[in-house]
Design a protein around this ligand. Structure first.
Ligand SMILES: NC(=O)c1ccc[n+]([C@@H]2O[C@H](COP(=O)([O-])OP(=O)(O)OC[C@H]3O[C@@H](n4cnc5c(N)ncnc54)[C@H](OP(=O)(O)O)[C@@H]3O)[C@@H](O)[C@H]2O)c1
Length: 258
């Protein structure tokens, strides 16, 4: 209740920003992003489109993966007409298909691009029950599973980019306060609605997918923190000229996020 009230009045959080802050205001302190490459899913409309516009304004190179390539090309054209210097690459990606996610990542890898920022923004609220080609309820497949696999497959590239540039990467998962509306057994419910539509409730399915986004974010933050600490320890050890490559491999394999 208090959180909803804070949201409605635009009260600022720990970041210093609130629901009334604009993307322009948020990026005001980092006006030059020309060395940054950002991937934004769902940039053909809404929050994703505005995020793409403002990152392009700040000079970032954008990769816009989209299932609707025509809409993505139109979004690109709108940004380029406003910021002619923008570098924007449109690529095919249907997040509801795990094959499509894999194809997108291998195509991206073939371009040899760095990846500093990944914004997992695309989302859907499915009024009608549907099943993805992988046999998973469509809202969960799109909002969570596709982004989960995308993040997992891009982590190595993002870590490589961070190491080469010295700029820490950022992964942003866009969730919703509605994630708090889900109660019950997540695994059981996703199993039920992936088998039949009898238990399907669009709001509950959406809340479940957004809760999964939150849990993914928390677990990822935890695992990446472990990796960061290990890298820092290894850095210190190397500094004192102790050869610890086998130790490095051991920890890297143990702690690499999966
Ligand atoms: N708007 C809100 O009030 C609100 C509140 C809380 C959270 N959110 C979250 O914020 C994010 C953006 O919301 P929005 O309102 O800006 O959404 P939106 O305007 O409806 O845009 C959704 C984007 O996701 C893309 N998308 C949908 N299914 C896809 C798929 N299978 N593969 C690839 N792309 C797909 C759409 O592309 P197409 O062009 O192909 O349709 C579109 O670009 C979502 O994650 C949403 O859950 C929104």
């Amino acid at each position: 209740m208090l959180e909803t009230l804070k949201y409605l009045i635009g009260s600022t959080g720990v970041s210093g920003f609130g629901s009334k802050s604009t993307a322009e205001e948020v990026t005001e302190t980092c006006p030059d992003l020309r060395s940054i490459t950002a991937i934004i899913t769902g940039a053909t409309s809404g929050i994703g489109a505005e995020t793409a516009r403002v990152l392009a304004k700040r000079g970032a190179r954008l990769v816009l993966p989209a299932r609707n390539l025509k809409a993505a090309e139109e979004a690109k054209a709108r940004i380029v007409s406003e910021f002619p210097e923008s570098e924007i690459i449109v690529m095919a990606l249907d997040l509801s298909s795990l094959t499509s996610v894999r194809n997108f990542v291998s195509e991206l890898e073939s371009l040899n691009l760095p990846v500093n920022i990944l914004i997992n923004n695309a989302g859907k609220f499915a009024h009608e029950h549907a099943i993805s080609e992988d046999g998973i309820e469509m809202t969960f497949a799109t909002n969570y599973l596709g982004h989960f696999l995308l993040t997992k497959l891009l982590l190595n590239t993002m870590m490589k980019t961070a190491k080469q540039t010295g700029v820490p990467g950022r992964i942003v998962n866009v969730s919703s306060s509605i994630h708090g509306w889900f109660s019950g057994d997540m695994i059981r419910y996703i199993g039920q609605i992936s088998r039949s539509k009898s238990q399907y409730d669009a709001t509950r399915a959406y809340a479940l997918s957004k809760l999964a986004n939150v849990l993914h974010t928390k677990e990822l933050a935890q695992r990446l923190k472990v990796i960061l600490i290990i890298f820092f320890i290894i850095y210190l050890v190397i500094k004192v000229k102790f050869c610890c490559f086998p130790l490095f491999l051991y920890f890297a394999r143990k702690c690499w996020p999966c």
